[in-house]
Design a protein around this ligand. Structure first.
Ligand SMILES: [Zn+2]
Length: 206
C-alpha cells in the first residue's frame, strides 16, 4: 500500500535535459510545496555533440544537468549508461533499484511508455520496475530507508505529444505551470551545449 511519508519526488529520465523539457514545471511546483526533488538520467549524454568526444561531452552535460537541478534546490544523479544503449537489462535494473533505494521517492516521473526514441521507452520501463520493487527488502543490498514505499508513478507526455507513429497522445492529467515557466526556461538554458547540438543535428532551436 502506498503511503506518502516521504515528500520526495524523482524524475527518472533517459538523458540530461529530458526532465527539463518534460516535467520541470511540475518539479518546480513540488519544490515550492516543500518537496525534495531529484532528477536522474540513465545516460550521461555522450552522443549529444558533433564536436566533443564522448568523455568531454558527458562531463559537460552532467555538469549542465547538475546546475539545472541545483537551480531548484534539487539533486542530479546518473546511472551511467550510454546514449543509444539504454536497455532494460539486469545491469541497468540493478543500478535503478540501487538509485531508487537511496532516494526512496514517493512520487516518480518518467517518459511515456511509447515515445520517439528507444532510450526513452527503455528508461520508462526501468522507472516502472524501480517504482514497483525498490522498497522490497530483497530487491537489492542497500538498506531500506524509512518511508520507502511503492511510489505514485506518472508518465510525462511523449516528446511533441505524439506516439512513434505520429498519433496524438491525450494527457490524462494536466498541471498548470504558468507561474513556473520562467524558472523552467532557466533550467533548460543550463543545457547550453544542447542548443548547438539540436541546431546542428536536428536543425531545430528548442
Ligand atoms: Zn532524451
Amino acid at each position: 500500500m502506498t503511503t506518502l511519508q516521504n515528500r520526495i519526488a524523482l524524475a527518472f529520465m533517459a538523458h540530461p535535459d529530458d526532465a527539463e523539457f518534460l516535467c520541470a514545471g511540475t518539479l518546480i511546483r513540488l519544490k515550492e510545496a516543500g518537496w525534495e526533488v531529484h532528477i536522474a538520467t540513465c545516460a550521461a549524454g555522450d552522443c549529444g555533440s558533433v564536436t566533443e568526444n564522448r568523455w568531454d561531452i558527458s562531463s559537460i552535460r552532467t555538469k549542465e544537468a547538475a546546475k539545472a537541478a541545483a537551480l531548484i534546490g534539487g539533486k542530479y544523479h546518473c546511472i551511467d549508461e550510454r546514449d543509444g544503449f539504454v536497455v532494460y537489462d539486469k545491469t541497468a535494473l540493478r543500478k535503478t533499484y540501487d538509485l531508487f533505494r537511496r532516494i526512496a521517492p514517493s512520487l516518480v516521473f518518467t517518459h511515456a511508455p511509447k515515445d520517439y526514441m528507444m532510450d526513452h521507452e527503455q528508461a520508462s520501463l526501468l522507472a516502472r520496475a524501480g517504482s514497483f520493487l525498490y522498497a522490497a527488502p530483497n530487491a537489492c543490498e542497500l538498506p531500506v530507508r524509512e518511508g520507502s514505499c511503492v511510489p505514485y508513478l506518472y508518465y510525462c507526455d511523449p516528446v511533441e505529444a505524439i506516439d512513434p507513429l505520429g498519433r496524438p497522445v491525450e494527457p490524462t492529467t494536466s498541471i498548470d505551470i504558468t507561474a513556473q515557466l520562467a524558472k523552467k526556461t532557466e533550467m533548460l538554458a543550463c543545457h547550453a551545449s544542447q542548443r548547438e547540438w539540436l541546431l546542428a543535428h536536428h536543425g531545430v532551436d528548442e
